[in-house]
Design a protein around this ligand. Structure first.
Ligand code: GLY
Length: 353
């Protein structure tokens, strides 16, 4: 284990038992959603710690990441006799770890929680770094706190049954981590054969990817500065995600980030001289593996509006994280409306639409 409590599991049940026993909780709760209850909970069955555990199950999907579900979790903690010395295990994707982490961090002013992410996106991003939240008023992750999990257990065997789209979705955040770290990591990620997955290698890449995020979070846990590096690809990515949702054709978060990276690497090239060849290589990988998010120039004003409402902006100015080279991050960059439109033209041209 590293000093931020993330464990790349070698012996999942033993490592989980050790983490729980270290907490010595008076009552143990296990939070799952309907899917992870059926598909992932069996990996915990038969463990001594599970004998007296209280199971809490919530509906799956982002639509349930709301105040009502949160209230149900608080209620279940209360009904189960949770005290400040209780512990909650959050077993699931980012929705479960975000909502569960928030429920735990606020119940009786905070009980400890352990994240066991079951999707690639949650392993390399959502479950690591202490961001917890629910959606509110139609806004994603509007209410939450920064409160790190006591431990995060990365059991990459869960990935063997993850569908291809969710695997690619998480992989986009890994590409982002490669871009903000170094050439070696990025090149390894670009060379990975996504059509014939080597799970042992994937585990190694997950470990590397998470350590990129942890290093940054350790330096800036509350996103005052360098943690904004993790927003690369997300300003345009979130706009794509919102446009897709408003047109009733939702896309997975990681796909939006991958397509957002195409645009933000172009902006990086134009604004701060990110090398063209590296940009081309990354765009080629994204085009091959993620296909294309299709939109027309009639969508530009709406995309621009979504960027203007991004919660990372300060004083209404659109905020980008850009790169002047691999591993060389430039925070708090901005771009004019005409350059953003030019970027969307570039995206459509190089993605063949
Ligand atoms: N997902 C970006 C962060 O945790 O800061």
């Amino acid at each position: 284990m590293d000093n931020t409590g993330v464990i790349l599991c070698q012996d999942f049940q033993n490592e989980l038992s050790e983490a729980v026993n270290l907490c010595a909780p008076d009552v143990l709760f296990v939070l799952t959603d309907e899917n992870t209850k059926a598909l992932c909970l069996p990996l915990l069955q038969g463990m001594e710690i599970m004998v007296k555990a209280h199971l809490i199950t919530i509906g799956a999907g982002d639509v349930n990441k709301n105040l009502e579900t949160l209230t149900n979790v608080w209620q279940a903690l209360s009904d189960g006799g949770a005290t400040r010395h209780s512990l909650m295990i959050c077993l699931g994707g980012g929705m479960v770890t975000d909502l569960g982490g928030f429920a735990a961090s606020t119940f009786k002013r905070g009980i400890k929680y352990i994240n066991i992410p079951t999707t690639l996106l949650a392993m390399v991003d959502a479950a690591v770094g202490g961001k917890t939240a629910i959606n509110f008023n139609g806004l994603k992750n509007e209410i939450g706190v920064f409160q790190p999990a006591f431990r995060v257990l990365l059991e990459t065997d869960f990935l063997r049954t993850l569908d291809e789209h969710n695997l690619y979705s998480g992989y986009a955040e890994m590409l982002k981590h490669g871009l903000i770290s170094n050439f070696e990591t990025l090149n390894q990620l670009l060379a990975f054969d996504t059509a014939d997955i080597d799970y042992a290698l994937l585990k190694q890449l997950v470990g590397q990817s998470v350590s990129v995020k942890e290093d940054i979070v350790q330096k800036d846990p509350k996103e005052q500065g360098i943690r904004k590096a993790l927003n690369l690809g997300h300003t345009v990515g979130h706009a794509f995600e919102s446009l897709a949702l408003s047109q009733q054709r939702p896309i997975l978060h990681g796909y939006a980030v991958a397509w957002g990276l195409v645009c933000e690497l172009y902006l990086s090239h134009v604004n701060v001289h990110f090398p063209k060849e590296v940009m081309r290589k990354v765009i080629h990988f994204i085009h091959e593996n993620y296909g294309t998010f299709v939109f027309t120039c009639d969508d530009y004003p709406q995309l621009y509006k979504f960027m203007q409402h991004d919660k990372k902006n300060v004083g209404g100015v659109i905020n980008f994280t850009l790169l002047n080279d691999v591993g060389e991050v430039r925070l708090n960059q901005t771009a004019s409306q005409s350059l953003i439109y030019e970027t969307l033209d570039f995206y459509r041209e190089c993605m063949g639409i």
